[in-house]
Design a protein around this ligand. Structure first.
Ligand SMILES: [Zn+2]
Length: 213
């Protein structure tokens, strides 16, 4: 009788041991059919572990991105500055059209637009222009087309076609005009930025082409 009991007990323990396996991650004994370890919570299937890792990695990446995009952190990493860029579109002797953009990360208040000439003769003129951008705000990432004039004659920008034609002959026009944009950024810093372009001056009425060498 005692022998029977002992045999039964032994076989009971044996079957209990056989129903266990080692966790692939922490090597603790877990149930043979367990899909997930009850010690370290690891999936026992390689595919499930892989998918879990992707979720964790993506979650981490998103968290990092989210933290980075929070304004205070972004401000600590990137300097805060309004940055105005200008490109002359076209003009006649009455008005000048240009594209203005704020490629910085702070709002700019445009305070003055002027067209200056810097001819070789020493003749220097400043044309204060009026437009709908005067004393208006230009937010970061925003751009607009502006037409500026002052009721008087202003130098005329050389058209893209003429510039291209001369460039094909290796003639580079002197950029004797510049559009000057004055603006203030939120911190109070004032800027004076010059954007040179080739033009026909009023007093000469002709394009200045450098002599051939
Ligand atoms: Zn485990």
């Amino acid at each position: 009788m005692a022998i029977v009991v002992r045999t039964a007990t032994a076989s009971f323990f044996k079957s209990k041991m056989e129903s266990k396996k080692e966790c692939v991650e922490c090597a603790q004994p877990i149930k043979l059919r367990a899909k997930r370890c009850n010690h370290c919570a690891s999936y026992q299937s390689a595919l499930r572990r892989y998918l879990q890792m992707i979720v964790l990695t993506t979650g981490f990446a998103l968290t990092t991105l989210t933290i980075y995009l929070l304004p205070p952190v972004k401000e600590m990493i990137e300097p805060q500055k309004a940055d105005i860029k200008v490109s002359v579109v076209d003009s006649d002797f009455k008005a000048i059209s240009f594209m203005i953009a704020n490629v910085g990360n702070q709002t700019a208040a445009i305070t003055q637009v002027q067209l200056e000439t810097k001819a070789e003769s020493g003749y220097h003129s400043v044309h204060y222009l009026k437009s709908d951008i005067d004393h208006s705000l230009l937010d970061p990432g925003k751009a607009k087309i502006v037409k500026a004039s002052n009721g008087y004659l202003v130098p005329e920008a050389v058209s893209h076609e003429v510039r291209q034609m001369l460039a094909n002959q290796n003639i580079k026009l002197e950029e004797s005009c510049e559009l000057v944009i004055q603006y203030i950024q939120l911190s109070g810093t004032k800027f004076y930025k010059q954007f040179p372009f080739a033009c026909r001056l009023i007093d000469r009425g002709d394009i200045k082409i450098p002599p051939e060498k």
